[in-house]
Write a protein that binds this ligand. Sequence first.
Ligand SMILES: Cc1cc2nc3c(=O)[nH]c(=O)nc-3n(C[C@H](O)[C@H](O)[C@H](O)COP(=O)(O)OP(=O)(O)OC[C@H]3O[C@@H](n4cnc5c(N)ncnc54)[C@H](O)[C@@H]3O)c2cc1C
Ligand code: FES
Ligand code: FES
Length: 1353
Amino acid sequence: MELANGDEESWSRDAIIYVNGVRRVLSDGLAHLTLLQYLRDIGLTGTKLGCGEGGCGACTVMVSRYDHCTNKSEHYAVNACLTPLYSVEGMHIITVEGIGSRQHGLHPVQKHLAQAHGSQCGFCTPGFVMSMYALLRSNRTLPTDEEIEETLSGNLCRCTGYRPILDAFRVFAKTNDAIYTASSSPSNFSNGFICPSSGQICDCGAGNFSCERTVEPISQNETDGTLYSEKELIFPPELRLRKLMPLKLSGSNGLQWFRPLKLEHVLRLKLQYPDAKLISGNTEVGIEVKFKNAPYSVLISVSGIPELSELKVTDKGLEIGSAVKLTDLQSFLKKMVRERDSHETSACMAFVEQLKWFAGRQIRNVASVGGNICTASPISDLNPLWIAAGAKFNVLDPKGKINTKNAKDFFLGYRKVDLSPSDILLSIFLPWTRPFEFVKEFKQAHRRDDDIALVNAGMRVYFTRVHPNWEVSEASIVFGGVAPVSFRALRTESLLKGKLWDEKLLEDALSSLKEEILLNDSAPGGMIEFRKSLTLSFFFKFFLWVSSLLNTSTENTDHQATRMLSAIRPFERPPSVGTQNYEVVSHGTSVGQPNVHLSAELQVSGEAEYADDIPMPPNGLHAAFILSTKPHARILSVDDSSARSFPGFAGIFLYNDIPGSNRIGPVVLDEELFASSAVTCVGQVIGVIVADTHENAKKAAQKVVVNYEELPAVLSICDAINSASFHPNTKRVLTKGDVDSSFKSCDHVLEGDVQIGGQEHFYLEPNSCLVWTVDGGNEVHLISSTQAPQKNQKYVASVLGLPLSKVVCKTKRLGGGFGGKETRSGFISAAAAVASYHLKKPIKLTLDRDVDMATTGQRHSFFGKYKVGFANTGRILSLDVEIYNNAGNSLDLSLAVLERAMFHSDNCYDIPHIRVSGQVCYTNFPSNTAFRGFGGPQGMLIAENWIEKIATELHKRPEEIREINLQGEGYVLHYGQQLHNCTLGHVWSQLKESCNFRKAYKAARDFNASNRWKKQGVALVPTKFGISFTTKFMNQAGALVQVYIDGSVLVTHGGVEMGQGLHTKVAQIAASAFNIPLSAVFISETSTDKVPNASPTAASASSDMYGAAVLDACDQIKLRMKPVTSRLGENASFKDVAMACYLERIDLSAHGFYITPDIGFDWEVGKGSPFSYYTYGAAFASVEIDTLTGDFLTRDADIIMDLGYSLNPAIDVGQVEGAFIQGLGWLTLEELKWGDGEHKWIKPGHLYTSGPGTYKIPTVNDIPLKFKVSLLQGFPNPKAIHSSKAVGEPPFFLASAVFLAIRDAIAAARAEEGYEEWFTLDNPATPERIRMACIDRFTKDLVDADYRPKLSV
Ligand SMILES: Cc1cc2nc3c(=O)[nH]c(=O)nc-3n(C[C@H](O)[C@H](O)[C@H](O)COP(=O)(O)OP(=O)(O)OC[C@H]3O[C@@H](n4cnc5c(N)ncnc54)[C@H](O)[C@@H]3O)c2cc1C
Ligand code: FES
Ligand code: FES
């Protein structure tokens, strides 16, 4: 113990925590560490780093602390990536490893998640497990379905589409009843039934579709520790008895950390260190430190100060301590709403509602009320409400004096509040509302769940009776997101006072708001027109809401028409329900069975190792990139002097340090590993810095000063077309028929254009590699998180000047890839290899999420122009399409992506005369690359655009146009390939029946007739996806099968397991081939020294190709075994046969090989058969939109896919669901914003949306309320192994049904205002695009009817 300078407080440096029941002493000097860094450093790598900014939930752990006032331990989930290590001092941390393991038994949460197919790549899985576990431990009763969905809103999964995760966890809900068991109908197959919860055969024995066994809810005992007392970790008695001490600890670079326990000590510390930063939940400060390099040297944690954590009820209102956590505030306010008179709690209710959409659960569990207020963010969700509700803030000065300040005067400017450096916010006073005083919250974000607002608001009115009317006597109208600070519309407020609440007031207020809210074109965040429109929409909603309350509370019989009230009716969002229908067609012991992913148990227990989890070798070092900050510039100089003197520095390597060739590229060598004389995009690699830690390497890299001479940059497809900036030799044309003359015989000819935004892969696991040299650099080995180990091998060999035979690349599993880790991971390994080669030390290079997003490329944005000719019947006659994709600064795979887009430009439609031309644009962005669908979805989306346009022109439903133009058996496509075994017609008609399209359409029409401000829309869309790499030589696959004398089989093949279940399917094929159980087959990893020259795992065809290669190897071994098998007889086990073969010196190892037959394409003539076969599917979607805000909800999705005889229907359903939700993200939520002509508020060439905070992939809240997936039954595929079909990419496009249903709903909204003609809806249909397309009285002054919000393409 020691005394701080001049302070009688005694500070301790003794810090302990318990981790998974094990006591751990935290040494001094670790204040710079987050809990996540610490956990991973001590080997608990089950907790993952997905983003480091609290936005993905991969790092979720449970914290338990003992509350000495209530004498109870409390449990809650936190994001370990934002939790300062010392902030959990005296607490018990439970990680995924602490609740169960394969060795000691899985926890029910883990077990159910694994069994229900809720883990694909597994990288998000520990986070989901811990969120659910914490919910169960913290709840006294079993949670409801709603609570489960709400709890998971802070956890992102990119693979599963969430449905299986929800189903897995629903067994823990107390309302595990009809919704789940009745609707998730088990599928039938010859031997029994598949229960959707387990994916296993159900033995209930029922002979029809209704499974009589309901899924038993898990009892609370099984999760709270009573039953599992031996396994479940209890709160450590030592921590319960131990007296908490004030702490004073340190960290690197002179950082000091204080944890005072008394208020006066906080004040004293503030006097002593005026610049000290108070921290509570650290959700704001943590971000500032990590992403903005905030230079805080003294941190004072205030979350342990009792006075700051109090919640008091007084006669006048509530006193809320500034350190009160948002979840506690939420429960407290809910209690007030339940217990107090309703007129008193209008403001409480508004806060409860607003908190529902405030961040994710893990953030709310730690984030404090005071932290939110003192950050003074212009988009704080709560500050507009504090102001509107008339709250007062109690501020404590250093002398202990309390000054009370009105919330309305507290916010002085951008992130500036009325606090002197040594003041503390003590508490907040929230007054009760009075009768006829109404408070309401508003928020519109990019995504409903866990997103920062674009615009939010808090509004209040108080009426007095001036008989017989009610007059406004007080009004507060406060907006967030329209100014640098929460903005009070003072003029509008005063205009309202003394007025009657009627239409006139509404009109006056709207006019006043239009004048009062000023946003100019360069305002940060952009979306000016949308944000302005939201302020009007919110006020209109407020007007209607108050009117409805006045009507009920004042016997006023003048009821608002229900049509109008749709503006204030929230979406109904019952828990989502999934249904899966498939038949099981077994082949041998395993093929066809819905087996669980082979790594599922490893993944749910956190034992599955990913590249960054590999323990660092003792002398290993970390590397970080030096990245370009200019889109196009000459490099004048590189000054590394400050970097060299940075702590832990070990080396810097630039282009002239490359021993081999600096030129890299997957198809043409048009990239430099390290930029030599010029940079051509922001985020281009100029070199690497190596240091002792990841943090030091990153910081040292930031110290490198590069001087540039800026050059003109091409920052959009449009710029590229205008300046003829194309990659060389990329012009392509496909033609069928006589396009030009055929237009003359058409009844109608229409033209249009389509803009399609890009998409970030957002695999949960960022790119990572570990490289080490052997024999002084004579050999190099690496482990990489890549879909293309062979490409990594090639890049490393080339930059080091080594033959391929001396470089080995291994990949065990990926935390998702989706195409993003195909060609864009090679340069990372190569850069690390250069450093490793020079330093002769192992080098780890793991990208931070923002670096990964800003450097590794995305799905291509596209621009399409079309001219389509058709008959009055809707029959398409002629089409001329031009398409361009945005390749970025190197060719990468962009030409192949363009070609696939061109092949898919017809989607599924019969077009007698068609010309598709395309070209690849060179722009100054990081090179774009493969992404699930590989250009196909973009090509098809352009097609659906002209289909919709034809329908609008002819006043017909688009579905009718689709149906009459559907391709069928024998149809010859525009590139010469003929359709065989075409099941499109079956898929289409079965789906129409399954979704009852007519009824759904009528229901939407009826709904729209009685709702003015909410609209529903429906759509039904087909898809056809060609299977094979379009580059012929890539359609080859190798495998190595080894049978051991104990009868176990080790399979290695060239494909990579990235969550898609490839290894599981391939193992099933081997198991069936040898007639052994699946458990006897093992696939360890992919390695370039086992199977050479493998193509990347891509193009959906891996199970076709590697399955066939493995089968070939198995057949060879079986042939060799045959004499022995015959001799030993049928009853001999595989093990006996294997041993006998060994004793007879028979080779039990074989290399298998497969090439896809009958494919090939000649671009010279534009004809051929690029695909082996096609996967068909169709989807129906029904949506509801809020026309005033652009918010939307997918009510229904019904999908049918033809997957032949599925190798594993459970895995295939998972692929369909996952692809659909990923597609839904691309089409509705995910918008990349680049610094380009459209976004002048972003620095040129920079990516603004570089993390989950700004880039929004779907959450559990975005999945359809009813989500049905069926696999077409009875159509074996003669072209692939065991009659199966490829599945990875084909369903992705089906999410366009959601996009088109949104379009349909918008059309209904526009029709209300008399706009019946065509309108363009660019992709993605974000709230901004939806709202601005729904032109109405609020937007007419802001935009024209054909307004298209800005989009980076
Ligand atoms: C993933 C994520 C999602 C988010 N979502 C939302 C959202 O939906 N809506 C929203 O409004 N915000 C959101 N935020 C922002 C943030 O979570 C909130 O502002 C939160 O309430 C901050 O509280 P904290 O306790 O973590 O603050 P801290 O980071 O601990 O502190 C924030 C600031 O407040 C000061 N401070 C804290 N307590 C006091 C005190 N008693 N007296 C004086 N100063 C004090 C600190 O010095 C610091 O400057 C999000 C943040 C993240 C990371
Ligand atoms: S890593 Fe912590 S939330 Fe993403
Ligand atoms: S399984 Fe969820 S991200 Fe892969």
